[in-house]
Design a protein around this ligand. Structure first.
Ligand SMILES: *Cc1c(COP(=O)(O)O)cnc(C)c1O
Length: 408
């Protein structure tokens, strides 16, 4: 008898985006002439930068000729890309990361989801609430949690991120082995300072724990004092893995490229306490289960780092950050509390006692604007909504005029 992985039964059906779609559809049917503006899902809307398109085309052209055609590439990515990433994103910022510690992949969702395979099933895991749901769900699938009760899984240490702690996870009271962190955060938009990250690095070093640091929104950081990589913190190379993505950085959500940094100093431990190289495990995992990112996509990604590419990518992100600023100003002028919107494309808005679905319905029905109810990112997200800056300037400006009128 072929038996199922019954851990999947523990997963909570995520109705979030289908519920949103249903409500928007009903509204649109009842108001066929209304232009609904979507500031809900976290997907980019602007085209790939010109330099990236050129790199992409060049890569395709090489595939068209026997002399330059490429078959299987290295599973960890081509050296040209790994070297560029290490030099530009890390060494240039004083973080001593080398090309062979970079693992190029088809995005951060797979890597943040797959990485947990390398750990024992009976470790203690700390996860922020609210956060990107992939960290939790992939550990549920792997059987690291108990049942779902009263809105939470047994055997997970949830780190509540609330207004009271400035949406910053606090060190857990019980000892944990694996810690997920995400800065700038999805959905709250909160960022972490070097001092705040150092607390976690010190904790991990003292407790032989490991940090999985998701920096998918690193490119939105504009304050020079904020760290863009966890490796800017002393000692982090021993205890942290970092995930990056070109999705939000360069408009790659449909093109697919990201990378994971696994420093050679990072160790995990056998039951008897012997050191095992985490780099070796991830290398083995990727070589066995992954066959690399397509060559033209890696060429397109390399073009992100060219001189023109850097200018164009900065312009792309500035555009979304300007949208975020418009959203922040509107929300502030209405006297609502919010976080994010600076160094982040997300604005996390306190509904001031409203349930997040009620707030969602209010914005949909009164302003024809779609947001995301915060409860979809965790129990602590319930009193909030997330508004995303990923849309055109025209749409964001119009949406905010409508929101201002609706909430005044
Ligand atoms: C969008 C996002 C990702 C990754 O996306 P990919 O497109 O799979 O690279 C990872 N983490 C967070 C927090 C995100 O919001």
């Amino acid at each position: 008898m072929i038996r199922a992985n019954e851990n999947y039964n523990k997963l909570q059906a995520s109705y979030l985006f289908s519920d949103i779609a249903k409500r928007v559809e009903t509204f649109q049917q009842n108001n066929p002439d209304t232009h609904v503006i979507r500031l809900g899902i976290g997907d980019v809307t602007r085209a790939l930068p010109k330099a990236v398109i050129k790199g992409f085309h060049d890569g395709v052209d090489e595939m068209a000729v026997d002399a330059t055609f490429r078959g299987y590439g290295p599973e960890q990515g081509y050296a040209f890309l790994r070297e560029t990433i290490a030099a530009h994103d890390f060494q240039a910022r004083g973080a001593d990361i080398t090309a062979d510690e970079i693992f190029v992949s088809d995005g951060a969702k797979c890597d943040t989801g797959n990485f947990q395979e390398l750990f024992a099933t009976d470790i203690k895991i700390a996860i922020p609430d609210p956060v990107y749901p992939v960290y939790l769900d992939t550990n549920v699938m792997a059987g690291r949690t108990g049942e779902f009760q009263n809105g939470r899984y047994e055997n997970i240490v949830y780190m509540d991120c609330l207004k009271e702690n400035n949406f910053m996870p606090e060190l857990p009271k019980e000892k944990v082995d694996l810690i997920y962190l995400c800065f700038p955060n999805n959905p709250t938009g909160a960022t972490a300072t070097k001092a705040q990250l150092k607390v976690w690095v010190d904790y991990a070093r003292q407790n032989r724990a490991l940090i999985l640091f998701d920096a998918a929104y690193e490119a939105f950081i504009r304050e020079d004092t904020l760290p863009r990589s966890i490796y800017e913190i002393e000692g982090a190379k021993e205890v942290a893995v970092e995930f990056r993505s070109f999705s939000k950085t360069a408009g790659f959500t449909g093109t697919r490229c990201g990378f994971t940094v696994v420093p050679k100093e990072c160790m995990v431990f056998s039951a008897t306490g012997e050191k095992i190289s985490l780099h070796r495990l991830w290398h083995r995992r990727q070589s066995t289960k992954f066959n690399g990112v397509s060559y033209p996509v890696q060429r397109a990604t390399q073009a992100v780092y060219s001189k023109e590419g850097q200018v164009q990518v900065k312009e792309l992100i500035d555009y979304y950050l300007n949208n975020a600023d418009i959203i922040c100003k509107t929300i502030a002028s209405l006297g609502l509390d919010y976080v994010g919107g600076k160094n982040s494309p997300y604005i996390w808005i306190d509904g001031q006692g409203r349930d997040s679905w009620d707030f969602f319905d209010l914005l949909l029905n009164k302003a024809s604007v779609v947001c995301t109810p915060g409860g979809g990112f965790g129990l602590c997200g319930n009193p909030y909504i997330r508004i995303s800056a990923f849309n055109s300037l025209e749409n964001v400006t119009l949406a905010m005029e409508r929101v201002r009128k609706a909430l005044k």
